[in-house]
Ligand binder design. Structure first.
Ligand code: FMN
Length: 185
């Protein structure tokens, strides 16, 4: 099969990782894939922050937990029933994408960039999972501390994150919902 189509077909959201750091070469390849993404009017309204510091990820995980526990129990993700649930799944590296809040295409542009990272990871034999949940950490009382700790540029806020590493889980492809495609004309 075509290698790009294979990477798209074989990518999965991995939720368990070996505690093995990524090499600088691998990390550079992932970041190159990210910055080569297309963006509206080529504004590139993104910033990539690589976090390998497990203590910082622990603090972010705790802040997400705090926000989740403050919600009505029925509005909580079922994953939080496990007291050991880690929003980052023990990944050795998480790339946070913050985006320019003044640009209306920012969420779409950052979404394209994060998928480029996911597909590059897949092509390099690594696992990944795109993460929206960390957003809660930036909405909470420690939000500004985290924006600073993660070197978000002024006027930028969290858009999405992606955990990357050597995955230890395997997973079937997600079931495809019906009636998602129309041909007209
Ligand atoms: C915008 C976005 C946010 C997501 N956030 C999370 C998350 O916070 N935690 C998680 O475990 N998976 C998250 N996922 C992964 C989805 O659950 C996953 O893509 C979906 O279930 C399909 O499975 P697959 O990626 O293995 O095909 C997210 C995916 C996207 C695109």
């Amino acid at each position: 099969m075509n290698p790009v189509l294979s990477a798209i077909a074989d990518r999965r959201s991995n939720r368990a990782y070996k505690p093995v750091p990524l090499s600088d070469e691998t990390l550079n390849a992932l970041l190159q894939a990210a910055v080569q993404a297309p963006s509206a009017v080529n504004r590139q309204p993104w910033h990539f922050t690589v976090v390998r510091d497990q203590a910082l990820l622990k603090e972010l995980n705790a802040a997400v937990w705090e926000a989740m526990m403050a919600r009505d129990p029925e509005k909580r993700s079922a994953r939080f029933q496990d007291p050991n649930f880690d929003v980052f799944y023990g990944a050795p590296c998480v790339i946070f994408i913050s985006g320019d809040q003044k640009n209306s295409w920012t969420p779409i542009d950052c979404g394209i960039a994060v998928e480029n990272i996911a597909l590059a990871a897949q092509a390099l034999g690594l696992g990944s999972v795109i993460l929206g949940m960390p957003r809660d950490a930036f909405k909470g009382p420690k939000g500004d501390n985290f924006r600073k700790a993660l070197a978000f540029p002024e006027g930028f806020d969290f858009q999405i994150a992606i955990a990357v590493g050597e995955a230890t889980d395997t997973k079937e492809a997600h079931p495809i919902k019906e009636n998602k495609i129309s041909f007209v004309g």
